[in-house]
Each structure stands twice: as structure tokens, then as C-alpha cells.
Design a protein around this ligand. Structure first.
Ligand code: EPZ
Length: 427
């Protein structure tokens, strides 16, 4: 089993470049199954979730080869709608995009119910509602979702801002007859990125990034080369890591507009911010101020930065609060934060944070991807050594994060631990 060892209280400074967006990559890769010819997707992050998707596409019969560590060539011509009941599909949430892509292309698809981080219930009812609106029959048997349609016909769909359902319906609708209108669509940058890729290979999608998206079904699509957008959540994670150490960190190769909700909140917290064309500098001079934050769908404060920001607030003097409005239960990591000394009380969807306690290093266990990186952020601030278990969660979503943090001055190493370590002196 692997464990991360972090020695805290080192001020981070310097500049790092952000990788491609995980949640764009995990949608554009399956979207390439809709293409009419090979596609080359560039700026993919080197993360386990991408490797899982490569395995899924290969098992579906598509050609899927790395041209370099961040570039994939996908040849969809030999793909077939066999049931994607693979381990790699069960591991990730985004495997559900296979449904929209193959239903649109072949009129049938089947994929295991998705996995992914456990935040309480994560249904796919909105995805199914969208497919049924287009004329598909959907059933779930033995943990597999089956969808089929003799023909898909454009329809009006309301998706209450679900990212996954918006993308999945888009993937099916590009091959439907006529026009599909998605009302209350998700507006996240990765939704726009998928729409841009699909338009680039010949689809006709208008309004991505707004709450109303119009998709006109088109004839067969072509292939093309595409570069994924930078990861706004990775960007925010390193901005917060800089702030928690009282550091001076510049995150480059980014789209500052994607970061506005975090940037404005950090300014409110008296953090110095300098914005460039494709970079943001975070300077945490002196004591930061507490804050009350509520997660919202884009362009509000992202739920995927909720754990990281909670870790920062735990180190700031004063009463702060974090309210999670997107997921039922995205506070599992708080018990582990409390092992480091954080003083947090949960009241329904709100974490009340009695900040400013000096955190002290301890052994902690990641509960999910963003909870894991939040514990690393807390460890960067803690006195002494923090040991993080379940590092595999973090490997799912952050390319080379140890190297990037070490480059900024963190003392972080990874070691193998025996499954059960015999306490010293017992033998
Ligand atoms: C995507 O998950 C992201 N995952 C999540 O990122 C992100 O937190 C989430 O969007 C919100 O931004 C990927 O893109 C792979 P939703 P998704 O559908 O699509 C409910 C990370 O850390 N809902 O927008 O599952 C749902 O339960 C991960 O990178 C339904 O009720 O999110 C949740 O409460 C974590 N029925 C809310 O909507 C449905 O059919 C938002 O979910 C679908 C969703």
C-alpha cells in the first residue's frame, strides 16, 4: 500500500503549469466514439481515470494509442456497442458517457452503473430521462444500464444543471433527427469543451456555456485533432495550497475567467491576487480572514474545491462556514481533518469551522479524490509529519502532484507500506 509523507510548515513559492482538465478529458475521450474518423486528443492529464477510459475504449474495440504521455489517437471505426461491463468502467463515474456516445452512433449501448467518488446517492435518472425524451428505451438489469432506440428524434429536455446528464444527452442528440433543446443545462467549462470538440468534428451545437443548448442532428461526423482546456479544479487546488502555507504561488497555463468565484473569495479573505493573461499569482501575506462559502453550479463556487477550501478555512482565525448545495454528503473527509486538529461541526449541509487552530501532523486516510487532496493541503500547513493513506484516490485526478508541490517547496514523499505494519519493538 502506498502512503504520502508530508512535513508541514514549508512556505510554497514559485510557478507551476496546470495540466489538462480531468472532467473535460473524461468526456472528450468517449465523445471521440461519435467521430466518423480518427481523432487526436492533446493536453490529456496523466491520471488514472484517463487510463481507465483508454481501457474502456479498447475493450469496446476502438483503436486507442498514446502518441505521447498527454496525447491520444482514437480510431472509433472498429468500436462496437458491446456491454461495457468492465472493471475500468465500474471504477469511474464518467463511464456513463459511453451510453450517450454509442446510443447516438449505433442506436444501442450498455454500460455498468458508474462508480466514482462516494458522496451519498449519485443517481443517473436525469441521463435516463434525457435518453427517453429522445425516443430511447432504457432499462437497468444486473447492474447494467441498457439503452436502445430504433430512431432518435430531437426533443426538449430539462436537466437541472447536471453536468453529466447535459454532456450525455448532447452525445446522443448529435445523431438524433431534428433539433434537441436542453433547458437548464450545466454551464461548466468542460461542458463547453465537449461541445467545442463535437462542433469541431462536424456537429451543430449552439449555446454551450449557457443554460440553454440547441443541438441539431447531423450526418456522419468527421475526425479531427483537439486540445483539452486546462483544469480549473487543479488550478484552484494549487492556489489554495499557496494560500494555506502563507506562500507566493503562480499557477500558469490557465484560463483566469474559469477561476473568478475562487479568486474573488480569496481576495475577500485578504489574499493578494495578481491576474495575468493565462496565469494567476496568489500571495498570502499575513493573516487571512475567515469566510462563509456556499458551493453552487458554475459559475458559482465549485463543489470540487469545497474540501480544499474547507481545509484552508480550518487554519484561519475566526468562524467560517462551508455549505455544500450540490451533493448530499460531501463532508466525509472532515473526520480525517479533525485528526489533524481541525475544529469543525457539521449541521446538515453546512460545516461550521472554528478556524485558527494550529494543525498537527497525523496519519489520515483519503475518502475520495478531492477529500484526499484537501488532507494534503492541511498537511502542508500542519506542524510535524502527516501520513496519507489511500493515495490512489488522489492519483485519479492530479497529474504529477507530488512533483509540482515539491517544485514549489513542499516536503512530500511517497513510500510503500506493508499492508499491516508490525509496531516497532513488538518482536
Ligand atoms: C461531474 O459529476 C463531475 N465528474 C464531478 O467531479 C463534479 O463534482 C460534478 O460534475 C458537479 O460539478 C465528472 O465530470 C466525471 P452532476 P456528475 O450530474 O456529472 C444530481 C471530481 O471531483 N444528479 O452535475 O455526477 C447529483 O446526485 C468529480 O472531479 C441527479 O440527481 O455531477 C448531484 O447531487 C466529483 N440525477 C447533482 O445532481 C442525475 O441523473 C450534480 O450532479 C445526475 C445528477
Amino acid at each position: 500500500m502506498e502512503q504520502l509523507i508530508i512535513s508541514g510548515r514549508r512556505r510554497l513559492q514559485g510557478s507551476i503549469a496546470v495540466s489538462g482538465a480531468k472532467n473535460a478529458a473524461l468526456a472528450v475521450i468517449p465523445a471521440a466514439l461519435c467521430a466518423g474518423a480518427p481523432c487526436v486528443i492533446d493536453n490529456l492529464p496523466v491520471i488514472d481515470d484517463v487510463f481507465n477510459y483508454v481501457d474502456i475504449l479498447r475493450r469496446l474495440g476502438a483503436g486507442c494509442d498514446f502518441l505521447d504521455r498527454n496525447t491520444l489517437r482514437i480510431d472509433p471505426s472498429s468500436a462496437a456497442p458491446i456491454p461495457a461491463d468492465f472493471d475500468s468502467a465500474r471504477k469511474i463515474r464518467a463511464s456513463y458517457y459511453v451510453l450517450g456516445a454509442l446510443l447516438g452512433r449505433f442506436g444501442e449501448a450498455a454500460v455498468t452503473l458508474p462508480g466514482g467518488c462516494n458522496f451519498g446517492s449519485r443517481p443517473i435518472d436525469l441521463h435516463i430521462k434525457g435518453f427517453e425524451a429522445l425516443g430511447a428505451e432504457v432499462r437497468i438489469e444486473h447492474g447494467i444500464v441498457y439503452a436502445r432506440a430504433d430512431r432518435l428524434v430531437g426533443a426538449h429536455v430539462y436537466l437541472n444543471a447536471s453536468v453529466g446528464a447535459t454532456i450525455n444527452v448532447m452525445l446522443a442528440a448529435i445523431n438524433a433527427e431534428g433539433v434537441t433543446v436542453i433547458e437548464n443545462a450545466a454551464r461548466e467549462p468542460h461542458v463547453v469543451d465537449v461541445a467545442n470538440f463535437l462542433n469541431f468534428i462536424g456537429a451543430d451545437i449552439k449555446g454551450a456555456g449557457t443554460d440553454t443548448i440547441r443541438i441539431s442532428g447531423k450526418e456522419p461526423l468527421r475526425g479531427g485533432d483537439y486540445t483539452i482546456i486546462p483544469d480549473m479544479i487543479e488550478t484552484g487546488t494549487y492556489m489554495i495550497a499557496g494560500a494555506v502555507t502563507g506562500g507566493d504561488v503562480t499557477v500558469s497555463n490557465i484560463i483566469p475567467k474559469h477561476m473568478e468565484s475562487l479568486t474573488s473569495k480569496l481576495k475577500e479573505m485578504d489574499c493578494g491576487i495578481e491576474e495575468g493573461e493565462d496565469a494567476i499569482r496568489v500571495m498570502a501575506r499575513g493573516q487571512l480572514s475567515p469566510a462563509s462559502i456556499k458551493t453552487q453550479v458554475y459559475p458559482g463556487f465549485p463543489t470540487d474545491l469545497q474540501p480544499q477550501m474547507t481545509a484552508l478555512l480550518a487554519t484561519i482565525n475566526g468562524a467560517s462556514s462551508m455549505t455544500e448545495t450540490v451533493f448530499d454528503n460531501r463532508f466525509q473527509y472532515i473526520g480525517e481533518l479533525e485528526r489533524l486538529g481541525a475544529k469543525i461541526t457539521l449541521e446538515g449541509r453546512t460545516a461550521l469551522i472554528d478556524g485558527g487552530v494550529a494543525l498537527t501532523g497525523a496519519e489520515v486516510t483519503a475518502t475520495d479524490l478531492r477529500g484526499g487532496i484537501a488532507l494534503i493541503i492541511a498537511g502542508l500547513s500542519a506542524y510535524g509529519e502527516t501520513r496519507l493513506n489511500n493515495v490512489h484516490y488522489v492519483d485519479r485526478g492530479y497529474e504529477d502532484f507530488e512533483d509540482k508541490l515539491r517544485y514549489l517547496g513542499a516536503d512530500i514523499t511517497r513510500r510503500e507500506t506493508a499492508v499491516f505494519e508490525i509496531p516497532a519493538g513488538i518482536l
